[in-house]
Write a protein that binds this ligand. Structure first.
Ligand SMILES: NC(=O)c1ccc[n+]([C@@H]2O[C@H](COP(=O)([O-])OP(=O)(O)OC[C@H]3O[C@@H](n4cnc5c(N)ncnc54)[C@H](O)[C@@H]3O)[C@@H](O)[C@H]2O)c1
Length: 450
């Protein structure tokens, strides 16, 4: 049973879906990163949008974390290499918002080409300017995509039917498909009329669109950026807008955004380049919402649920069934006695026990016909094996899946005594029952006795 902490609000589908799978969900949308770091070891999963960075320190504190789910596409706020090193599954949900991003990219470029925002504002201020708002058509143009993954592919698919040539440049080979031809960066810079960025944040994409990069384009071009603000050097873009090397820009993301994407500026002063952008007619801006639609909110949530199910519950379904069975039989009867040797002799002589150093092993068959054993053992009265229980006896119960059962018992608040011990004849764990009786749990390997 996975304990999952949600630290950002998401569509209800996410929490409901995880709970349906059997996860225990907790929410904490207000505690600071440090406060969450202090309690994260209690959780097996964390669901985050972009509230804070998940760095080495956080991962080190998250001793029992099995997955980090980011309800979005990019994972740059997470130290993915360190998380992977620690065996933590990284789950993102680009399938959930790729259609939204593609529609926004298309919407922005068509809007810019047809002066929709400008004309609308003019009419509102009493101006009816037709020639000044003559549009430009997409048909016949070449759209160059950089980064041909989820978002790039979704945009190329949307462009079918517009009679445009779609080409892409990607650092991975062989990504082109029926909607888009992969080309070299040089070819893309030679042919492109409309450049659309779909790269994740990384060293190569950081400040990728700079003066030098822009100057390498053969023709003046339009820019769409729905990827990450850091991919474009805004100062250089503004210079290119002024020189008309860039004919217009659709920017859903900005260099100046906060890492959480929730705020534009950390201080009050507006950068000069930004001041240019907000006054320019040939620039469209949106507040990092390309992936934010009514539909994507649900789809992102569902994508995370589906991925958690695939990773943990396809095998876990079997695990859960095993857990339901819990104890499968009595594995041992242990009791304190003044003289174990004499007691064994007595049981041998009067009840025919086949005794050895440990006591006596009884063999039987389970329902499936598998051979199984139960151990009977007298212990010296001063043994500490039954500690912390003060009782004179201890039972051992056979279980199917010790780790899963102990995890479940721990979540239910049952006291676990000590750590799991592994031997060639199985794994052992200990708990206390309601009255403080120590119980030994045993996931046996019966074949080891043969
Ligand atoms: N604006 C929004 O709301 C929004 C929403 C979703 C995604 N995004 C952005 O879109 C990005 C892409 O998402 P995705 O799901 O398509 O990622 P993805 O990993 O599926 O695809 C990215 C592709 O880019 C390629 N690539 C990486 N670095 C490159 C580089 N420097 N030059 C050329 N190709 C490079 C990769 O090989 C890969 O094929 C996200 O990381 C995020 O930055 C933004």
């Amino acid at each position: 049973m996975l304990k999952v902490l949600h630290i950002d609000t998401n569509h209800q589908v996410l929490k409901d879906g995880l709970e349906k799978l059997g996860c225990i969900c907790s929410e904490d949308y207000t505690s600071s990163k440090t406060e969450i770091e202090q309690k994260i070891s209690k959780y097996n999963g964390i669901v985050i949008r972009s509230r804070f960075k998940i760095d080495k320190q956080f991962i080190n504190a998250a001793k029992n974390l099995k997955f980090i789910a980011r309800v979005g596409a990019g994972l740059e706020s997470i130290d993915v290499e360190y998380a992977a090193e620690k065996g933590i599954h990284l789950i993102s949900a680009p399938e959930g918002n790729r259609n939204a991003v593609s529609e926004q990219a298309l919407g922005m470029i068509l809007s810019l080409f047809n002066n929709i925002k400008k004309a609308d504002l003019e009419i509102r201020s009493g101006k009816w300017l037709r020639e000044a708002n003559r549009g430009v058509e997409l048909e016949g143009k070449t759209v160059g995509l950089i980064g041909y993954g989820n978002m790039g592919k979704a945009f190329a698919k949307k462009l079918r039917g517009f009679d445009v040539e779609v080409i892409c440049y990607d650092i991975k080979d062989g990504v082109g498909d029926e909607n888009c031809t992969q080309v070299s960066l040089e070819e893309l810079q030679e042919k492109t009329d409309v450049l659309s960025l779909h790269t994740p944040f990384n060293k190569l994409s950081h400040e990728m669109v700079n003066e030098d990069f822009i100057n390498k384009f053969s023709k003046p071009f339009y820019l769409i950026n729905t990827a990450r603000g850091s991919a474009v050097v805004t100062n250089h873009l503004v210079n290119a807008l002024i020189s008309k090397k860039v004919l217009g820009a659709c920017l859903d993301v900005l260099e100046y955004e906060k890492g959480s994407f929730e705020n534009l500026f950390e201080n009050e002063t507006l950068p000069k380049a930004f001041d240019y952008l907000i006054k320019a007619d040939n620039v469209l801006l949106s507040p990092h919402v390309a992936g934010w639609t009514v539909e994507s909110k649900v789809r992102l949530a569902q994508t995370i649920v589906d991925k958690v199910e695939t990773i943990f519950y396809s095998e876990g379904k079997e695990l859960q069934q095993k857990e339901l069975k819990k104890v499968t039989g009595i594995g041992g009867l242990f009791f304190k006695t003044k003289d174990p040797k004499a007691i064994k002799e007595w049981y041998k002589n009067h009840l025919g026990f086949n005794v050895d150093d440990w006591g006596c092993t009884f063999w039987w068959k389970d329902k499936k016909g598998n051979e199984a054993s139960t151990q009977w053992s007298p212990f010296k009265s001063d043994t500490d094996y039954f500690n912390p229980s003060k009782k004179d006896y201890m039972f051992n119960y056979r279980v199917d899946n010790l780790e899963a059962l102990l995890e479940k018992l721990n979540n239910e608040g049952v006291t676990i005594v000590g750590e799991i011990q592994k031997y060639e004849y199985g794994k052992f764990g200990w708990i206390l029952d309601l009255e403080g009786n120590k119980i030994e749990l045993w996931e046996p390997i019966d074949a080891a006795f043969k």
